[in-house]
Design a protein. Sequence first.
Length: 75
Amino acid sequence: MTELRAELKTQMIQICDKKISEKGQSVGVSFYAFFANKNTDPEGLMEVATWWIQTHQLDHFEKALKIRDMIEKGL
C-alpha cells in the first residue's frame, strides 16, 4: 500500500478544502487537481497517481470530501 508523504497530504487536504468551500460539498476532483499544469513535480504526481489508481482504484473524478476524508483517516 502506497503511503503519501506528509507534505502531499497537507497539500491535497488544502486543495480539497478550497474546492469544497468554492463549489460546495459535491465538487469532484481528479489527482491532477493537486498539481500545476506544468510538470514541476513529476515524483509527486506519480506518488499521488499510484495512491489514487493502483492503491485505491479510484475513478478519474471523485468527491473532494471523500478524498479529504481518506487522507485524514490515513488510507
